[in-house]
Design a binder for this molecule. Structure first.
Ligand SMILES: CCCCCCCCCCCCCCCCCCCC(=O)SCCNC(=O)CCNC(=O)[C@H](O)C(C)(C)COP(=O)(O)OP(=O)(O)OC[C@H]1O[C@@H](n2cnc3c(N)ncnc32)[C@H](O)[C@@H]1OP(=O)(O)O
Ligand SMILES: Cc1cc2nc3c(=O)[nH]c(=O)nc-3n(C[C@H](O)[C@H](O)[C@H](O)COP(=O)(O)OP(=O)(O)OC[C@H]3O[C@@H](n4cnc5c(N)ncnc54)[C@H](O)[C@@H]3O)c2cc1C
Length: 664
């Protein structure tokens, strides 16, 4: 508590579980909880990191303010000798998109993943000390999703042992890279490799963009910011940029050469590393985006849940208090599935991080066997979790009624910052179609004796899943995880097999794939939802200490899968995985679970351990003291600086005068 009366104290007393232990489950471990708790308070208590009035600043001031915060954050990281983990938590809690996200989140990982040992030795120390600042320059004005369609060229000149980087068309201008517009000194630039007149696909090159002495662009380079984006404040703290090259020369050893090498005489040599590793940085970032989805969704849910307990509307009896809106069943049926989804995404994000670490270790040992699984899981889960989170934030805004629309609710800015996650790092539909290809390949190989592995392993039991009949007879049967898993597996498998059957009728498979793409996306959603459900259930099989903690998680897990079953009952019924009666029993059980969440709702959002600074929301204040603070904040709006507005004499007075004389 940050001082004063706690208007939510009664709600907190209703909790049936150990909130402190739940905080540790949410954080992932004691160690992570300790760091995140300490660093979030450090940021919250430092006035230099204040977020007040961010949504009211003009772009130039907003951007300068972000530069100030980023440079101050770097100073604190060094002064306090923070570890890498502590430093990344500090950037997270500062909560302002900045060039540093791309420097640490993409530029450095690209060099680590695609650079040779020598290249890493040369560039990483400079980047780690921020003596150079980098961005990830892949997307162009004309192409983003279709990476093979990029037009920037990198032509090898054997005379000088250099690459010539060039933007041959307007559409080849790099467009979107974060941090590029005004800050980056370097970029990993993706371009079409050409040697001896022959094309060799897209590769990454380290290119210096600005002089280190005075920050001016190097000769032959044009750079700028691409302009204002959606929302006030929001992602406008980021300098997404445009970049053009006019025959810019870089030394040969600045091509990232882990995947392919260009020799002194211009020969292209493929190493035994798969070509897809050029896309490796995207796999890494997609995995972090899944973790970030649980953060963004939990934040919106925390605001909406606390406010729903504070807000009262209708239902007063004999002059008593009105009903808290959180007690309306409709409010619960919209809010609690999002609360459950935030927890579900947390656990699937944890698992995905493990999967990514495992793949990275295997890659280092030249074992590439799990790369397709990593690609499918990161692409599919990035797509699923960001779509649900973006829609979920908007739903939370509506759950807060009119006040949710105020910037001081924190929800408009959160939404504006978050929605591009459905597009960046791979448009969600494009990524789903990648997973669809892998699913269809898996189904087509089922008869060949090649057993599906990882998250597709259930397809190996296809005969059984095609014959499966759900044996739920009463509502409580839906609490049995084995029954639930089979129903979700059967639904996903049947949808995939149905698509594969339809595909096989097309003479041209590519034509068939395009024609059926909307159905394929639905099959992928079913497959990805199965992954999330199964990872939540796996989590519950672990030893989870703390009074009532596991029980609460079981309730949330039930809410998560039964809500999905209810929402997608069309799929379950159409594939005959459940009967109409069983679907109705699932909904009955879901209502029971909502009533079990209700007394614990406030404690379940307290377990996120967010400071008021991080939440940035009057509606989501820990102490629930909403109305006086909303009232106070309104008077801080610049429009209220004067009682009579600027423009009165020019525009309002003549209008009123004219109406008066017309009446007379
Ligand atoms: C409390 C702590 C919590 C922690 C929170 C952490 C906070 C972190 C904050 C996170 C926020 C991060 C903020 C980020 C800021 C924004 C950054 C945005 C940056 C960008 O947007 S960069 C640009 C991204 N661009 C894209 O993603 C482009 C999308 N397009 C593609 O990926 C490809 O072009 C596409 C669609 C795959 C098609 O490529 P193509 O070459 O045509 O490939 P094919 O379809 O022919 O497939 C060939 C073959 O390759 C396989 N494949 C494809 N992709 C991959 C991959 N990535 N990895 C491995 N394999 C891949 C594919 O399956 C095919 O395989 P076959 O076996 O069939 O040959
Ligand atoms: C805030 C933000 C930050 C970004 N940061 C960076 C960065 O740092 N570095 C960088 O390189 N890039 C960055 N990007 C670019 C981003 O990665 C691309 O915008 C993204 O990959 C989508 O590509 P696109 O814009 O070409 O979309 P398009 O592919 O043009 O999508 C337009 C529509 O076409 C549909 N579509 C496209 N292809 C298909 C298909 N095959 N089948 C069916 N439908 C299809 C899509 O679903 C979408 O509805 C950023 C973008 C944003 C918004």
């Amino acid at each position: 508590m940050e001082g004063g009366v706690d208007y939510l104290a009664d709600e907190r007393k209703k909790a049936e579980f150990d909130v402190q232990q739940m905080k540790i489950v949410w954080a992932g471990s004691h160690h992570t909880f300790e760091i995140s708790d300490r660093i979030s308070k450090l940021v919250a208590n430092d006035p230099a990191f204040s977020k007040d009035e961010r949504t009211m600043l003009p772009r130039k001031e907003l951007f300068k303010n972000t530069l100030r915060k980023a440079s101050y954050a770097w100073k604190r990281i060094n002064d306090l000798h923070l570890s890498e983990e502590e430093a990344s938590q500090l950037r997270f809690y500062v909560d302002e998109p900045a060039f540093t996200d791309l420097h640490w989140g993409m530029f450095i990982p690209a060099i680590k993943g695609q650079g040779t040992d020598e290249q890493q030795k040369k560039w990483l120390p400079l980047a780690y000390k921020m003596q150079i600042i980098g961005c990830y320059a892949q997307t162009e004005l004309g192409h983003g999703s279709n990476v093979q369609g990029l037009e920037t060229t990198a032509t090898f000149d054997p005379q000088t042992d250099e690459f010539v980087i060039h933007s041959p068309t307007l559409t080849s201008s790099k467009w979107w890279p974060g941090g590029l517009g005004k800050v980056s000194t370097h970029g990993v630039v993706y371009a079409r490799l050409i040697t001896d007149g022959q094309e060799h696909g897209i590769h990454g090159f380290i290119v210096q963009l600005r002089r280190l002495e005075d920050h001016r662009p190097l000769p032959g380079i044009i750079i700028g910011d691409i302009g204002m984006k959606f929302g006030n404040g929001a992602y406008n703290t980021m300098d997404n940029g445009v970049l053009r090259f006019d025959h810019v020369r870089i030394p040969r050893d600045q091509m990232l050469m882990r995947v392919s090498q260009v020799t002194r005489d211009g020969k292209v040599v493929q190493s035994d590393v798969p070509r897809q590793l050029v896309y490796g940085t995207m796999v890494y970032v997609r995995q972090t985006i899944v973790q970030d989805a649980s953060c963004a969704l939990s934040r919106a849910v925390c605001i909406a849940t606390r406010y729903s307990a504070v807000r009262r509307q209708f239902g007063s009896h004999n002059g008593g208090p009105e009903t808290q809106v959180i007690d309306y069943k409709t409010q619960q049926s919209r809010l609690f599935p999002l609360l459950a989804s935030a927890y579900a995404f947390r656990f699937v994000g944890e698992w995905l991080k493990w999967l990514y670490t495992d793949v990275t270790q295997r890659l280092q040992a030249n074992d590439f066997s799990t790369l397709p699984e990593a690609h499918a899981c990161t692409a599919g889960l990035k797509s699923l979790t960001t779509s649900v989170t973006a829609d979920g934030i908007e739903e939370c805004r509506k759950l807060c009624g009119g006040h949710g629309y105020l910037c001081t609710s924190g929800l408009p800015e959160l939404f504006a910052v978050y929605v591009p996650a459905c597009t960046y790092e791979g448009d969600n539909i494009v990524l789903m179609l990648q997973v669809a290809r892998i699913l269809m390949k898996t189904v087509s190989q089922l008869g060949s004796g090649k057993l599906p592995v990882g998250t597709m392993a259930y397809m190996g039991r296809i005969e059984h899943l095609l014959q499966y009949r759900c044996n739920v007879q009463k509502a409580e049967d839906w609490l049995n995880p084995a029954i639930v898993l089979e129903a979700f597996e059967a639904r996903a498998a049947r949808m995939s097999v149905s698509c594969a059957k339809k595909l096989s009728k097309f003479a041209n498979p590519e034509e068939g794939f395009a024609e059926l793409s909307a159905d394929l996306v639905e099959a992928v959603v079913a497959h990805c939802q199965l992954i999330v459900v199964s990872k939540f259930i796996e989590k519950l099989q672990q030893d989870i200490p703390g009074k009532g903690v596991k029980q609460q998680l079981k309730v949330l897990c039930g809410v998560y899968y039964l809500f999905l079953l209810h929402k997608h009952q069309g799929d379950f019924l159409a594939t005959s995985c459940v009967t109409p009666k069983q679907a109705s029993l699932a909904n009955d059980q879901l209502r029971v679970l909502y009533s079990q969440v209700r007394p614990n709702a406030i404690a379940l959002v307290d377990a996120f351990n967010y400071t008021d600074h991080f939440l940035g929301s009057i509606l989501g204040r820990y102490d629930g003291n909403v109305y006086p603070k909303l009232y106070e904040a309104a008077w801080k709006d610049p429009l209220n600086d004067s009682v009579v507005p600027d423009g009165y004499h020019q525009y309002i007075r003549p209008l009123l005068k004219q109406q008066r004389s017309a009446k007379l």
